[in-house]
Design a protein around this ligand. Structure first.
Ligand code: FAD
Length: 469
């Protein structure tokens, strides 16, 4: 079995390391953040007691989608019990909706189950599970570059350089360094051709706040967790130990909405949305956390049919990261880690060129379409928000975007369509799968055709601006 070196102990690094250790590989994880150990025995305290400067979004809202939970159940079942023991919330994304919207439940609706927690709590549990699985995590060790052999043109990565001048060698380096991974610069310093990279600012800005219940329990769920309105999307995300978060998302170009960073104005705006206002009823446990400049980036290490280097792969955000409104990052990272594990079952990492090509092929087949579909959604939604800010209607000839909007509007009055829409939002079905049900697309388009673009009640843009004034 191989010695695999994972760089980064975030969600991708920890889950990938566990998957590989379960298969008998020797896995070492190097994490730059200080050696302060995660509060494994008391994961629920991680919210206030664990600092992780290496992860910008550490204290920002996270929700684990049913797709993530299904993958955990199949591939890392040992994570489930400690997660629940740490107070993570068991929730069913469909059952949580009002009965008149979703209709009666049936046995197959268990596919909407998930277990979710605030990011620090989730990560502390994963860190504990990784330790219990025998993964060696060395915290406080920053990777600063790659060691390579002397092959001309296509360097072969033999390990990493660490701050302080050390080296750690490995049969394969797995970059789980997240959205700010420096892999491109390290490869170039090693004499490799640059990876193929597409990147741009996703264009969104988030104004997020966490709450804790004053009396126990969770706010009543009145609609799906992501609700779209004129100029604003609202995310209402349940979490562990009677906590939750609310995010107001807008276009980063919408300067008029920037006062949302002020807690009083943020609260006044939230109060205008009847399906979300009651989520402000808890005790705030954070200020308004603002995040902008979130990049979409996709990176390939095979360019023009040839690997730029061998002995190294990128997994999770280090390969593909997007604007997080759809909450898919952890699921995509886990899918990606599973791909790597499966490839290692059939292809030797010492078969350098073949391994690099096959991992790229598997990533292109399984991860790139998820990345592109997320970008497709985000580009439309951002254009819609920008059109709202400019006071003009958003027009698109893309029938799929129109079908998606019609599906949500129609789902408000049709339980089968609610199931279909919630399956998309849960990341357990693709639009092609959902719309393959005979008659479903026609019904969505007929029922949803006359509906307002933003069918849930909320302020118009001018009301919104008045509220912020
Ligand atoms: C605002 C926001 C909200 C999000 N919400 C959700 C959500 O609701 N649901 C969801 O599924 N996903 C969400 N995501 C995405 C999710 O956070 C990531 O997809 C997920 O964490 C996987 O990331 P990762 O492990 O690849 O990277 P990260 O979690 O960023 O981890 C990278 C790790 O690498 C370490 N590292 C970096 N450089 C070095 C180095 N040189 N040496 C050693 N270590 C290094 C870092 O310290 C860090 O620990 C959100 C993202 C953002 C930005």
């Amino acid at each position: 079995m191989a010695h695999l070196l994972v760089h980064g102990a975030g969600l991708a690094g920890l889950t990938t390391a566990m998957l590989l250790t379960r298969d008998g590989h020797r896995v070492t994880v190097l994490e730059r953040d200080p050696a302060q150990p995660p509060p494994i025995e008391h994961a629920a305290t991680a919210w206030g007691g664990w600092q992780r400067r290496g992860v910008n979004q550490f204290h920002l809202p996270h929700y684990m989608l049913p797709r993530w939970w299904a993958l955990i159940g199949t591939h890392l079942p040992e994570v489930a019990e400690p997660l629940v023991a740490a107070g993570a919330l068991r929730i069913n994304s469909l059952a949580a909706l009002p009965e008149k919207r979703r209709g009666p439940l049936c046995a197959s609706d268990a596919r909407f189950d998930t277990v979710t927690a605030r990011r620090p709590v989730l990560e502390a549990v994963l860190a504990g599970a990784a330790e219990a699985a025998g993964v060696c995590v060395r915290r406080g060790v920053a990777v600063t570059g790659l060691t390579t052999d002397d092959r001309p043109n296509v360097p072969h990565v033999t390990g990493v350089l660490t701050a302080g001048g050390g080296t750690v060698s490995a049969d394969l380096v797995v970059d789980c360094g997240g959205r700010r991974s420096a892999l491109g610069a390290w490869l170039s310093a090693a004499g490799a051709r640059p990876p193929a990279e597409q990147r741009e600012d996703s264009g969104f800005v988030y104004y997020a706040r966490h709450f804790r219940s004053r009396s126990g329990g969770m706010p009543t769920v009145l609609t799906n967790f992501l609700h779209n309105y004129e100029s604003v999307s609202v995310l209402t995300l349940p979490a562990d130990n009677d906590t939750w978060s609310v995010v107001l998302t807008t276009s980063g170009r919408d300067r008029a909405l920037r006062p949302l960073r002020d807690p009083d104005r943020w609260s006044a705006v939230l109060a205008r949305y009847p399906f979300a206002a009651h989520w402000a009823g808890g005790e705030p446990i954070s200020g308004i956390d603002v995040m902008a400049g979130v990049e979409d980036r996709y990176r390939r290490l095979v360019v023009d049919g040839r690997p730029v280097a061998t002995g190294v792969v990128a997994v999770g955000d280090a390969c593909a990261c997007t604007n997080p409104s759809l909450g898919r990052g952890a699921s995509m990272a886990l899918i990606h880690g599973i791909l790597l594990r499966d490839l290692l079952r059939e292809t030797d990492p010492w078969d350098r060129d073949t391994f690099a090509r096959r991992f790229d092929e598997a990533t292109t087949q399984a991860i790139e379409p998820l990345y592109r579909a997320t970008l497709w959604h985000d580009r439309h939604r951002l254009a819609e928000l920008d059109a709202d800010a400019a006071g003009r209607p958003y027009r698109t000839t893309d029938p799929r975007w129109r079908a998606g909007a019609a599906l949500f509007a129609a789902s408000l009055a049709d339980p089968e369509l609610t199931r279909a829409y919630t399956a998309l939002a849960s990341f357990i079905a693709t639009p092609d799968e959902v719309f393959a049900t005979p008659g479903l697309l026609d019904r969505a388009c007929t029922l949803g055709a006359g509906a307002d673009r933003y069918p849930l009640p909320g302020p118009s843009r001018s009301d919104l601006l008045d509220t912020l004034a």
